[in-house]
Design a protein around this ligand. Structure first.
Ligand code: CU
Length: 69
């Protein structure tokens, strides 16, 4: 498993946290996703042979949030 931390704009409450985590966990190859609302980021544990950061960004954007680098 590899770990990446993505900065995400627009998350403000528990609902935002849940939708971002759900979107990421729905990707094949993602083992875990944990949003930190205060830090405005999400820590993702993933299998690099099954999923990449680009797919994670797209999943986050598809549910209405923006990934900033
Ligand atoms: Cu919210």
């Amino acid at each position: 498993m590899e770990t990446v931390v993505l900065k995400v704009e627009g998350m403000s409450c528990g609902h935002c946290k849940a939708s971002v985590e759900k979107a990421l966990k729905g990707l094949n190859g993602v083992g875990n996703a944990t949003v930190n609302l205060e830090a405005k980021n999400v820590t993702v544990e993933y299998d690099g042979s099954a999923v990449n950061v680009e797919a994670m960004q797209k999943a986050i954007e598809d549910v209405g949030y923006e990934v900033v680098n």
